[in-house]
Design a binder for this molecule. Structure first.
Ligand code: CA
Length: 222
């Protein structure tokens, strides 16, 4: 299983990342300071690091420089609110493999993690490229969905929502959780976007596939 080290001092974001990545089959450990990050990044226990730049003890760029200074090549994705070019350039010059700014969407982060893992042959095979539940199969390499062998065209968001439902086949998932997982942690919770997208999936894949659980959310049943 691919292990991700999350370095983030904001508990809400750390929890969002752990939960989101674990739902996608990663194993995670979150730490809230730079010293632990340096120690653990060099432990060879992890496949990738997600690094917040604003940390309480060491600055994230110092953490990055220290890890790289020790010759460690683990992929590091910098996560930060600083979206100006200056920080971006210094982050990448210090040896970050990629850069993502807050607020971010989970699906975007996961896509970038997968890009980094694909560069690393020993980790790449660990993510199963095809997920099959009932009549439906998702091919992650080709971003393709098939029902009974027939290709069904889905948008990126529909694909992500369907993946979440399929991984949790038979479970009731609340609207709030779906919003958090698919649209990102700071999405407006009064929005009816989940209902709209469930509608799209029903239209494309069959109305009976996703049940409405009154007052709670939805349940996928394949
Ligand atoms: Ca921070």
């Amino acid at each position: 299983m691919t292990k991700v080290l999350i370095v983030e001092d904001e508990p809400r974001i750390a929890a969002f990342l752990c939960k989101g990545l674990e739902a996608r089959g990663f194993s995670t450990l979150a730490v809230d300071n730079g010293q632990s990050a340096v120690y653990l990044a060099n432990s060879h226990d992890f496949d990738l690091v997600i690094l917040d730049l604003g940390l309480p003890d060491l600055d994230g760029l110092t953490v990055l420089n220290t890890i790289r200074g020790q010759g460690e090549t683990i992929p590091i994705i910098v996560l930060t609110v600083y979206d100006d070019l200056h920080h971006k350039v210094s982050g990448l010059n210090s040896g970050a493999d990629d850069y993502i700014t807050k607020p971010f969407q989970l699906e975007e982060l996961i896509a970038r993690i997968q890009v980094q893992l694909r560069k690393k042959p020993q980790a790449a095979g660990q993510l199963d490229p095809i997920l099959k539940v009932g009549d439906i199969s998702l091919d992650f390499r080709q971003r393709q969905v098939k029902k009974l062998g027939q290709i069904v065209e889905l948008s990126t968001r529909e694909f992500t929502l369907l993946e979440l439902f399929m991984r949790r086949n038979g479970e009731t998932i609340s609207r709030l959780e779906l919003l958090n997982e698919v649209w990102g942690y700071d999405y407006d919770i009064s929005s009816n976007v989940v209902d709209v997208y469930v509608g799209y999936l029903r239209k494309k894949l069959g109305a009976r596939l996703i049940e409405t659980v009154r007052g709670v959310g939805f349940r996928f049943k394949a």
